[in-house]
Design a protein around this ligand. Structure first.
Ligand code: FAD
Length: 253
């Protein structure tokens, strides 16, 4: 068993963004800078009133600002973004997957994947205090040692199961019960822009748990760069607890 890696922050990789192809027979008079995802939402919105000629002469991002202001957020549902999250804990994903509407998830399976070499995520409140970190690490490493020993014993106990893949799964799914909530996991999350907004509003607020709040702020930064028209009304600030939080301009569009 090698020494685990201890994550101090999540690692995000944007896996996919929308690709928009405007139909030739319904050209839109686009104005200003925009991405495919933003154009897709504008196209969908303009179709409702057949206003492709852009009578108010709005740039795409102004148009989307007005959509959010009017609460016509359903057009934001056309734009999907997929993100791979690594360096997040099982306790974080337990909270994350509660967000249902407009979300899709695929997460590393602790039944199939050997966790003998698993990594761990340091809780933000523990991070940076040497004594707290030492206590926490000792417990985490002991749990992992017990996991390894349990897997070996369970493989023996169920030696009569001929299918080795099935036997390993039986051993790992039972042994994982001793792994801590801090065990690192990986998850692919796909959601549309409206769903991301709802989740980010709840999880970047000062009331949210610190690790998911840190992850929400990182996601917000990524998506604000990717598609400002959907996320520019979020404002990141330092909360009373001296950690980053965000407030939304337009609640539940
Ligand atoms: C600070 C904080 C503390 C929390 N503490 C706890 C806790 O102690 N215990 C606990 O169990 N959970 C807790 N939660 C989780 C919370 O209860 C929600 O499950 C989670 O925030 C997802 O919210 P949601 O259901 O609005 O999201 P989504 O499932 O993404 O839904 C988005 C919106 O779609 C609509 N919607 C979705 N599904 C339905 C439906 N079936 N019927 C009608 N409308 C629907 C609703 O308007 C909903 O707000 C906490 C969340 C936060 C942010």
């Amino acid at each position: 068993m090698s020494t685990p890696h201890y994550y101090a922050a999540p690692v995000l990789s944007l896996l996919s963004r929308p690709s928009f192809t405007g139909p030739e027979h319904l050209p839109v008079s686009w104005i200003g800078e925009s991405t495919d995802g933003e154009r897709l939402a504008e196209f969908a919105g303009r179709l409702c009133y057949m206003s492709q000629h852009n009578p108010a002469k709005r740039a795409t991002r102004e148009y989307l600002e007005n959509i959010k202001k009017q609460g016509h957020g359903s057009v934001l549902e056309h734009a999907n973004y997929s993100i791979l999250f690594e360096g997040v804990s099982r306790s974080l994903t337990h909270e994350l997957v509660r967000h249902r509407a407009g979300f899709a998830y695929s997460q590393l399976s602790q039944r199939y994947v050997d966790e003998s070499e698993a990594n761990f995520v340091v809780p933000p409140a523990v991070l940076g205090d040497a004594a707290l970190e030492a206590t926490w690490r000792a417990q985490v490493e002991q749990a992992q040692e017990v996991y390894v020993s349990l897997v070996a014993q369970l493989m023996e106990r169920y030696g009569w199961v001929a299918d080795k893949v099935h036997r390993r799964k039986m051993a790992r799914e039972a042994a994982r019960a001793v792994l801590p909530n801090a065990t690192e996991t990986k998850i692919v999350v796909t959601a549309n822009a409206r769903a991301w907004r709802t989740m980010l509003e709840l999880r970047s607020s000062e009331g949210a748990e610190l690790e998911i709040r840190r992850m929400a702020i990182a996601t917000l930064r990524l998506l604000q760069t990717e598609a400002p028209g959907f996320f520019s009304d979020f404002e990141i600030y330092t909360g009373e607890d001296r950690r980053e939080a965000a407030r939304i301009g337009f609640h539940k569009v």
